[in-house]
Write a protein that binds this ligand. Structure first.
Ligand SMILES: Cc1cc2nc3c(=O)[nH]c(=O)nc-3n(C[C@H](O)[C@H](O)[C@H](O)COP(=O)(O)OP(=O)(O)OC[C@H]3O[C@@H](n4cnc5c(N)ncnc54)[C@H](O)[C@@H]3O)c2cc1C
Length: 361
């Protein structure tokens, strides 16, 4: 117990007393993830205020041989951040929000507690995005958590979280701080490039935080595509949906290719229904290329109503991106001609809604 008291006192001196929390209600909350409850509760939650404090807090725990675990947005459901042994300290990254954009060399360095929505909103006005740009849970899930979990969903040409990585600063088990990628060489070059010698970064991707704590993460930047097009199809059964998705994915021209089973389809439509129509219309309008396009999309959604999928058990939703709408439409036409072999085209309300609201409320 003495070492835990040391850790909590030292940490409180560093991050401030208010950011070392151990009331029972908070500890109970932090001992659950989306699906399960831990057998052991953490002894305290520590919330460092910047990446350097995160490093120092981790080193204090390591020096005192106190087990530590990191929690990002807490939106995972496989026990990744739940304590498994007594006297574990949990580090919460929710205050680590720094974002440094290098638009010249096309990379962005973030602290691990930045959410995908926060990054998306910081980059969009500059016409920039990362190749993988977030899971559906990106309103709360963090870049540190997703890089540790191999997140998938929103990404150009099916890219996953690992595809966005340029470099990482990681604190490893003995308390040393290492840099992966180009920043890791002896000249401390800028972190613009992942493949500089053996791919050390890969070791820490999808590790659930077990191999080290990510303290700063650098992601590659790409231009935000100006063109967007979407279509949806209803399919009589899973096999037809699968054949269409499989053939379309092989073309490599579709940005998002996702299918919904009857249950998920119902949930997606309910989500659209639960969204205030004015809020939905506003988000679609704001995400459209120009006011006319925005109005057209909203009208189409209104005409389609909520019944457009009633006759189809399964549905497939396909979106394409390009330099401009023309390029996106050419790509989508190729996907459409494949989907027509297996199903029937329906209103594209679901992908239009998702395009405007990529991160679930
Ligand atoms: C409604 C909903 C929608 C979802 N949609 C998707 C989706 O589209 N795609 C998808 O892949 N997943 C999805 N998920 C699952 C989950 O949200 C993602 O895996 C997300 O990437 C987790 O990020 P997080 O910040 O919440 O991480 P947490 O749940 O906080 O942590 C995840 C793991 O990362 C570790 N970790 C956190 N921060 C660090 C750090 N700085 N250094 C080292 N390790 C760290 C934790 O210890 C833990 O092992 C969804 C979940 C929900 C509830």
């Amino acid at each position: 117990m003495e070492s835990i008291d040391n850790v909590l006192n030292e940490a409180a001196n560093l991050v401030g007393k208010n950011h070392v929390v151990h009331d029972l209600e908070t500890l109970a909350f932090y001992s659950t993830d989306i699906f399960s409850t831990a057998n052991e509760q953490a002894v305290a939650i520590i919330r460092p205020g910047n990446a350097d404090e995160l490093i120092h807090v981790s080193q204090i725990c390591i020096k005192n041989e106190v087990p530590l675990i990191v929690r990002g947005g807490g939106a995972s459901y496989t026990g990744g951040y739940l304590p498994v042994i007594k006297n574990t300290v949990m580090i919460d990254t929710q205050r680590l929000k720094n974002i440094e954009i290098n638009a010249e060399d096309m990379f962005v360095t973030v602290e691990p507690g930045v959410t995908w929505l926060e990054l998306y909103e910081a980059l969009k006005p500059l016409g920039l995005r990362t190749p993988f740009w977030g899971p559906f849970s990106g309103r709360v899930s963090t870049i540190g958590g997703s890089m540790s979990y191999h997140a998938i969903s929103h990404g150009t040409n099916n890219s996953v979280s690992a595809d966005s990585l340029a470099g990482m600063q990681v604190i490893i088990g003995n308390g040393d701080v290492i840099e992966t990628g180009s920043k890791g060489n002896s000249l401390n070059t800028s972190p613009f490039y992942r493949y500089y010698g053996p791919d050390l970064g890969g070791l820490f991707l999808g590790d659930s935080g077990a191999l080290g704590i990510k303290t700063r993460i650098t992601l590659k930047l790409t231009k935000f595509p100006q063109g967007f097009a979407a279509c949806s199809f209803g399919f009589p059964d899973f096999e037809h949906l699968f054949l269409a998705m499989s053939e379309i994915s092989k073309t490599g021209i579709i940005s998002d290719n996702h299918g919904l089973d009857p249950r998920k389809q119902k949930t997606a439509i309910m989500e659209m229904e639960n969204t205030n129509p004015l809020v939905a219309a506003k988000s679609i309008f704001l995400s459209s290329k120009n006011p006319l396009d925005g109005l057209l999309q909203i009208m189409k959604l209104g005409f389609a109503g909520r019944d457009f999928l009633k006759k189809s058990a399964f549905s497939g939703h396909f979106t394409s991106e390009g330099f401009n709408n023309k390029e996106a439409k050419v790509k989508l036409a190729a996907a459409r001609s494949i989907a027509q072999k297996y199903g029937k085209e329906v209103a594209n309300s679901i992908p239009i809604f998702l395009h405007a609201n990529p991160f679930m409320p």
